[in-house]
Design a protein. Structure first.
Length: 545
């Protein structure tokens, strides 16, 4: 097992690793007590550091996707999703030290790209305060698990922390693995306590929405197994005989690919419906994930559990998401709204987002999101999270139903972080608008799913050089342009992400289309292949919300 660096700071080389420290056993009462003590240090650190842009700090970034392994396999290019939080390198604009750990090395050219976005600090100063570490392990295990297996790497990170009272651990999501890592590093985890993770499951979300008095689709939670699914489908149809579809969701599915859609087409009315549903369960169920079968899905539902809820239909249905934050002092804040862009045959797969959400209803989401946030704060949740809604236009206006809480970093987190860290601005929930520190309005279109087979073989350096020649790269002066991410996935998977920032929604959309056109042109000139549709059958550009 090895520990490697691709960028070095001024810290001297470590001596040979000592024998393993007497860490408490994972999940033991001693570990839980140590973790609780570390977490109590978040509040004084938040008071002292977060409000002072001149205060030194250390952020240890471990972007591990500690999720269900079977569900993670559905995410093409998943190993490179550890690069999504490279936007946190923009913290180097502050007097911060950043330690960023990945499974495999991140290309120095990609790291250099982010460092040059910190154009208001000397490049070499920013580089000196950054340490990139990796496990040299491309296996499927979560990154956090790999780190914990490498005592030398854990000790290396500990040595880089400096003052633990001014340091914290930033992760994609918080599980027992991240709790153990926080204890072994001796720094608090700025995120939800894993003991509260159930509040962010599909069932937990519905329970919280009811507590907050926020509307949600008709449905049933805490289900396990095919019999529960069939009964819930039958009850939904009995309660609403006109219901045409229902959605089945795995408890911890993500990006919509843990869902399946059931069609009631042809179902008889009255008591006979229940028997018909049981007899036609497999034939009327359509799994969202490509290649997934009902048989395999049913096995996962037996193991993981989940919910069944009514499918929200309408001529104009949107999928806005609200980002919220609960700070270590218990303060709550709505920090952004987005319209999620969904695709795939069932329009359930997350493709990207536009920011802010549609002005016709963005401000309307503020009140229900605040009620949910207050319930979570009262239960001890800390950190950033997202609340997903379904919004349907009716003759009298927009109706909103809450469908999910994501107690983790999501697809809308890193685009907003990118914008905020580049422009030092703020979102106003009352108006649904964002302005930079200079007072300029900002909008963006973002996606993690710009993907075509013809892009395979393209390199990050060549793409960035071409985007620079075309004037597409983000410019601090105009506070507009494109920031690329997931660049490490481009050569092998033909996949990358982008955040196109502009002073108007139309400008941001145009920049996004120009970025896709640049990729198409590069693919043609490289003779890698012919541009074809992506796996959703739609163009690779981000569809309109």
């Amino acid at each position: 097992m090895s520990c490697s660096e691709i960028l070095h700071d001024a810290t001297p080389p470590m001596p040979a690793a000592p024998s393993p420290a007497p860490y408490p056993a994972p999940g033991s009462p001693e570990e839980l007590a140590r973790f609780a003590a570390l977490q109590r240090g978040l509040a004084p650190m938040f008071r002292r550091v977060f409000g002072d842009p001149h205060a030194p700090r250390t952020v240890v970034v471990v972007p591990s996707l500690s999720l269900d392994a079977a569900e993670l396999k559905k995410l093409e290019g998943a190993p490179h999703y550890e690069e999504r939080l490279l936007c946190l390198l923009l913290l180097l604009r502050l007097p911060a030290r950043v330690v960023y750990v990945t499974s495999q090395p991140v290309s120095p050219a990609i790291v250099d790209y982010y460092l040059r976005l910190c154009d208001d600090v000397p490049y070499h100063d920013a580089r000196r305060r950054l340490t990139m570490l990796h496990c040299d392990d491309g296996g499927p295990a979560p990154l956090t698990e790999k780190i914990l297996e490498r005592h030398e790497l854990v000790e290396r990170i500990r040595a880089l922390v400096g003052d633990p009272a001014s340091a914290h651990l930033a992760c994609f999501n918080s599980t027992a693995l991240e709790r153990t890592l926080a204890v072994r590093l001796g720094v608090p985890l700025y995120g939800c306590d894993p003991e509260l993770g159930h509040l962010g499951t599909k069932s937990g979300s519905r329970t919280v929405f009811r507590s907050a008095g926020v509307p949600l689709p008709a449905g049933y939670e805490h289900l396990r197994g095919v019999d529960d699914v069939a009964r819930a489908l039958g009850e939904l149809r009995r309660e609403n005989p006109r219901l045409q579809r229902a959605v089945v969701k795995l408890e911890e599915g993500f990006s919509g690919e843990g869902n399946a859609i059931f069609s009631y087409e042809g179902a008889p009315a009255g008591p006979a419906a229940a028997a018909w549903i049981r007899a036609n369960l497999a034939s009327r169920m359509r799994c969202v994930a490509p290649g997934e079968s009902w048989e395999r899905y049913a096995e996962k539902f037996e193991r993981i559990g989940g919910i069944v809820e009514a499918f929200v239909d309408g001529t104009d249905v949107r999928s806005p998401s609200v980002q919220c934050r609960i700070d270590p002092l218990g303060g709550t804040r709505i920090i952004s709204t987005h319209d999620q862009v969904l695709g795939g045959p069932t329009h359930q797969v997350y493709l990207g987002c536009t920011f802010p959400a549609d002005a016709r209803y963005a401000a309307d989401l503020d009140a229900p999101a605040r009620r949910v946030t207050e319930v979570l704060a009262a239960r001890g949740v800390v950190g950033r999270f997202g609340i997903d809604f379904l919004s349907r236009r009716t003759p009298t206006g927009w109706e909103h139903e809450a469908i999910e809480i994501n107690l983790r970093k999501g697809g809308t987190t890193h685009p907003f972080w990118t914008l905020q860290l580049l422009t030092d601005g703020d979102y106003d929930g009352a108006t649904g608008l964002y302005h930079s520190a200079a007072g300029r309005p900002c909008y963006y279109a973002a996606s993690d799913n710009i993907q075509r087979p013809s892009y395979r073989g393209l390199g990050a350096e060549a793409l960035l050089a071409a985007a620079g020649r075309e004037g597409l790269l983000f410019d601090a002066g105009s506070q507009s342009g494109v920031v690329f991410h997931l660049l490490g996935a481009l050569p092998r998977y033909g996949k990358l992400g982008a955040v196109a920032i502009g002073p108007t929604r139309e400008h941001a959309d145009a920049l996004f289309r120009q970025a896709v056109a640049l990729l198409d042109g590069a693919a043609r000139s490289s003779s890698v292949g012919c541009p074809i549709a992506d796996r959703t059958g739609a163009p690779a550009e981000l569809p309109a919300a």
